[in-house]
Design a protein around this ligand. Structure first.
Ligand code: IPD
Ligand code: CA
Length: 270
């Protein structure tokens, strides 16, 4: 990567992300009926369908045809180096288990990083008819409408979304943490897609979200949409989002959730 190259306009990257996410969402939605498991990944419940693969390949080919030289990271195909300052981070179908079960709660997520910072994002929820997008510093949009997350609420009034990993040991620990979280909040939701959760948070359908064990393809695109809607998106102890923990909420609530999760040792599997 040469940093003397001009940085591309994030708005142009966002337009590409929206266009490609829209194109990829159509065959994915059409192919949902009758879909079966192709194989499993990290655990027997971590499934891949033919459409995860085909959707990622469509996205990859469109992005790299339009911008040859960009790097690419996809959930299904892994890392591919580039020569430009841009890297695309793609989750072709976030919420694969929902997809397999015929639920509409899954999405196509495409983020563009410039010099390692996410600057543009699109999340298409085809079965919900919702296209979210964001450009760093320029707000988040659902369709043509700018979205702003509602003001904060106290922890005991917060509707909190979360998720569980694919490893049995981690899931047990996540359930134990939840036992201590649930009496302190309004209620808990588990949608089955981090992309859906973070976009739903951006438009006020929840007050907060946290999850351990996500990967950058899970949080990059919807994380920018959430932060551009006014939410703080990070990890434990106010750090950046990571595989250890992703937290998203209005800043005051974020701090309460961060403290609570630290106290509960929520970033350990033991
Ligand atoms: C998963 C979903 C789920 C979350 C898991 C993710 P996938 O992604 O976002 O909500 O709980 O941690 O791995 O496997 O459906 O792309
Ligand atoms: Ca995912």
């Amino acid at each position: 990567m040469t940093t003397t190259q001009f940085a591309p306009d994030p708005r142009a990257l966002c337009e590409i992300a929206v266009r490609v996410a829209a194109e990829a969402g159509e065959p994915a939605a059409e192919g949902q009926e009758g879909i079966t498991v192709l194989h499993t990944k990290s655990s027997p419940t971590d499934v891949v369908t033919e459409m995860d693969r085909a959707t990622e390949e469509l996205i990859r080919s469109r992005l790299l045809a339009e911008r040859p030289g960009d790097a690419f990271l996809g959930e299904e195909s892994g890392d591919e180096d580039g020569t430009s300052r841009v890297r695309w981070i793609v989750d072709p179908i976030d919420g694969t288990v929902n997809y397999l079960y015929g639920s509409p709660d899954w999405g196509v997520a495409i983020a563009a990083e410039v010099d390692g910072q996410v600057v543009a994002a699109a999340v298409n929820l085809p079965r919900r008819g919702e296209m979210y997008r964001a450009v760093l510093g320029q707000g988040a949009f659902l369709g043509q409408e700018r979205v702003t997350a509602p003001e904060t609420v106290p922890l005991d009034r917060a509707l909190v979304a979360t998720g569980f990993g694919y490893f049995a040991e981690r899931r047990v620990r996540q359930a134990q943490v939840l036992l201590d979280v649930i009496p302190r909040v309004r209620d808990i939701r588990r949608t089955g897609s981090a992309a859906v959760d973070l976009c739903a948070l951006a438009v006020g359908r929840y007050n907060a979200y946290y999850e351990r064990g996500l990967h950058s393809w899970d949080w990059s695109a919807p994380g920018l949409i959430a932060s551009e809607a006014g939410l703080r998106v990070g990890g434990l102890r106010g750090g950046p989002p990571s595989n250890d923990m992703v937290i998203a909420a209005r800043p005051e609530l974020y701090e309460q959730i961060d403290r609570m999760l630290q106290d509960l040792g929520a970033d350990s599997d033991g």
